[in-house]
Design a protein around this ligand. Structure first.
Ligand code: C2O
Ligand code: CU
Ligand code: CU
Length: 503
């Protein structure tokens, strides 16, 4: 997106914030409610991002290549949109690797601007994390390597250059990263990629008349679109040939929260969240995802029917008028499932999916509080050379996240998967009871998270924690932590190389 068509995000957000504080509501802004339900023709087959298992080198390392480059795509026939993508015009391949394997990923930056690739949800050394400190200059290359050491799940990757994340993700730089294991394969879950195991990357967009993407800030959360792309497809349908289909939902949007369900209200099973499978399938008829969150669901269909995955107005925890300005009244048709007249049988789900050892706050060695207020965390904005928190290697910690605003935020932690101990003192609902790396932080709510920082210490390279509403993150609603052998000896000042983070 040319910088000129992009409002200065921080300025617009602060203005919205100030107006709301003064009037107690959204000020002049009239909410424009978007409702595409029942109005979509579902004329295009859902694009399935290519599955990329890389190649296993002689030393046993699974190697991948990703090329970030500019391109263009006709989301509507005859109208070309300038885009960015990995190994293609828009989005990137679905990478897949096995738990226990070492991977190496060669990233080439063919963009005209610096970028990074962050492995969202991955447990890995900070230097491999692809955060704001691992900039890849135009024409440059970066080859991180690490061992996959966590539960099988659905992760994703996206750029993370400080101040530029929203623009780069919106242009199309994002993809899924599937972690697999033989143990999970034995569960008999639908797992044939693109057939009964289907990625569903949901992004809201607004197009200009000449076909470009535009970011238009509305309300406090950031830029909200009025149309959806699913895996880069407008108005998609999916041909379903099996009785059960597993959808790997990723909210790949910058600002919008979705509440996914089906147009006929049917139930489905939630089987996994950000960092792994749930202990057992949870039967529900809706699942809400804020930006960056994932959910795996299994839905059953009957021959010939065409249920529609729909996003109903999400519960943003705000009064109606304010919620409406932030997308809280919007309704979207997302994806039509077209069941064949004869369906291949799918086995029932197993009653037990995973064993989740519960982290016990009794053994926590540290408790930290993260107060989200305005566009800051603990009264500070992101500073590239300042480490906000120093964590001792191996420590089990409780992080208390408090949203002090009447507006939604979210909270994401790099390097770890955490467990939610409680929300406003109450045990977490089933959709927050598994492994998570990102949570929706509701207005005026308090979350206690517990996590362990294992394996990788590096006093010189920080990981990030931040709000995953990308405009907020870019505006500085982010902090840095290091994992260190000796917290006493660690310093909060980082020596930055000259080219690092000074834009
Ligand atoms: Cu998905 Cu720090 O990001
Ligand atoms: Cu991340
Ligand atoms: Cu936020």
């Amino acid at each position: 997106m040319p910088a000129s068509s992009r409002p200065a995000v921080a300025a617009v957000l602060s203005a919205a914030l100030a107006a709301a504080a003064l009037t107690g509501c959204s000020g002049e802004q009239q909410p424009t409610v978007v409702d595409t339900s029942g109005r979509i023709e579902f004329s295009r087959p859902l694009v399935i991002p290519p599955l990329d298992r890389g190649t296993v080198a002689e030393d046993g390392v699974r190697e991948f290549d990703l090329i970030a480059d500019e391109g263009s795509r006709e989301f509507r026939p005859g109208v070309s949109t300038p885009t960015w993508g990995f190994d293609g015009d828009y989005l990137g391949p679905t990478l897949a690797a096995n738990v226990g394997e070492r991977v190496r990923i060669r990233v080439d930056n063919r963009l005209a601007v610096p970028t990074t690739v962050h492995w969202h949800g991955m447990h890995l050394p900070a230097r491999m994390d692809g955060g704001p400190h691992q900039l890849i200059e135009p024409g440059g290359q970066w080859s991180p390597t690490w061992v996959i050491d966590q539960e099988p799940t659905t992760l994703w990757y996206h750029p993370h250059p400080h101040g530029e994340t929203e623009e780069q993700v919106e242009m199309g730089l994002a993809g899924l990263f599937l972690l697999e294991s033989p143990g999970t394969a034995a569960l008999g879950l639908p797992d044939r990629y693109g057939i009964d195991d289907v990625p569903v990357i949901v992004q809201d967009k607004r197009f200009t008349d000449d076909g470009g993407f535009t970011l238009q800030t509305r309300g406090f959360v950031g830029s909200l679109g009025d149309e959806l792309l699913v895996n880069g497809t407008l108005a998609p349908y999916l041909d379903v040939t099996t009785e059960a289909v597993r959808l790997r939902l990723l909210n790949g949007s910058s600002a919008r929260t979705y509440d996914f369900g089906f147009d006929d209200g049917r139930s489905f099973d939630l089987i996994g969240t950000d960092g792994g499978l749930l202990e057992s399938p949870y039967r529900t008829d809706h699942v809400q995802l804020s930006p960056g969150e994932r959910a795996e669901i299994v839905v059953r269909v009957s021959p010939g029917e065409r249920p529609v995955l729909r996003s109903n107005p999400p519960d943003l925890g705000m009064q109606d008028v304010l919620a409406a300005v932030n997308g809280g009244a919007d309704r979207f048709d997302v994806l039509q499932l077209r069941a064949a007249n004869t369906l291949e049988p799918s086995p029932p789900l197993p009653p037990v999916l995973a064993d989740i050892p519960r982290l016990d706050p009794m053994y926590a060695v540290e408790e930290r509080t993260f107060e989200m207020n305005g566009l800051q965390i603990n009264g500070r904005s992101m500073e590239m050379d300042h480490v906000n928190e120093m964590v001792e290697l191996g420590a089990l910690e409780v992080w208390v996240v408090e949203n002090r605003m009447a507006f939604p935020h979210s909270f994401h932690v790099h390097d770890v998967q955490f467990q939610v101990l409680d929300v406003d003192g109450r045990p977490p609902p089933p959709e927050l009871a598994g492994w998570k790396d990102t949570i929706n932080a509701r207005p005026d709510a308090r979350y206690r998270l517990i996590m362990r920082f294992e394996d990788y210490a590096d006093p010189e390279t920080p990981y990030m924690y931040h709000c995953h509403l990308l405009a907020h993150e870019d505006a500085g609603m982010m902090g840095q932590f290091t994992v260190v052998e000796d917290a006493e000896a660690a310093t909060s000042e980082l020596q930055l190389p000259d080219h690092d983070g000074s834009h």
